[in-house]
Design a binder for this molecule. Sequence first.
Ligand code: NIG
Ligand code: FE
Length: 417
Amino acid sequence: MRVNMMQFDVLITNTNIATMSDAFGYAKKTPYGAIHDGALGIKDGKIAFVGTEDELGVADAHKIIDAKQSWLTPALIDCHTHLVYGGNRSDEFEMRLNGMDYQEIAKQGGGILSTVQATRQSSIDELYKLSLPRFKSLMKEGVGTIEIKSGYGLNLDGERKMLQVAKKLGDDFGISVKKTYLALHALPSEYMAKADEYVNQACNWLKVLHDENLVDAVDAFCESIAFDKNQVSQLFDVAKSLGLPVKLHAEQMSDMGGAGLVAEFNGLSADHIEYLSTDSIIKMAKHDTVGVLLPTAFYTLKETKLPPIDTMRQYGIKMAVSTDCNPGTSPSTSLLLAMNMACTLFGLTPEEALAGTTIHASKALGLQNSKGQIALGMDADVALWDIDRPADLSYLIGQNHLQGLWVAGKAVMYFAQ
Ligand code: NIG
Ligand code: FE
């Protein structure tokens, strides 16, 4: 029995909670770290109580919500997106369905470079307007943290513009946004046959944009149609000297050993990883680098090589799941669909898929100490769902049962029942 009455800003009662937290047995195989007939108290933007209603005792709050047995999860985290861009690539969708492949289109100046042209031509306001519906559609699915990459500017102004739009979207909607610098995404045409010069420039721009507080992490595309390991290492050395974490588009179309490289830089994540080798998995395990699965890109490219899920499980690699929202390989703004596809196409369990968009996605962004699980002292980033069990989030296709989303304790969205 508690003697003092607990006072919260928000108190959610009569709820079930998929905490995804070791504090509630997640690691010890309590499915979803679940609490039934629970309550959640929020104070000063943090989780101040989580437990059963019996444990709560007498409590009061400025706002009390009877969840009527709905489920709370950590607010979802989309840890890999390119959602800020100009233009549209449905023409390439048609070309692919007429028999041309993604790499062929890229070599002919389409692909990433066609989005670069459209993005460079867009003003910052236009880019914001174009990106807004994509951003909002993630929010409407309970996503409280979104990583947004640059990579369609490929010059200082263009990369800056994209990162500024990313920042503004987060600020305007109270969503936590992580900004990732991806100038090594493709070689812009003005640097054709001068790749090393471009890499030097990209390293210089990184220093400038870091000084402007526009960079939280550094990414690159390591692939035969993009940059090799030496070029990526050069950029990662600069990132390291600035104290910035790194991540990598690795092993999407071939095994370049990029996942092993990013692990050796103590990188946050290796993303795509369909062609991931066991050698690289061993390096990822050693450095606790997260494997980010992007099933919508796999689906769009009609890839047939599956990421080595069983071997990753065997080595204890944490797996995240993300939309990869981009105009080429993943024109999707549904993280719930990505969870479904991670289960159906890659064989993840619904519990692994939810871990992939919560606790493991937070680690892919270096946010594991504040986000991605429901536990005392964590940021009060939670989503409320009108579902029977957490597996419904992965099971249902094209259905969205979100009832509310709080980020740092603030209601970003709440549909009163
Ligand atoms: O994650 N692989 C590289 N980058 C994106 C595709 C970008 C594009 O086609 O515009 C991806 O798949
Ligand atoms: Fe990507």
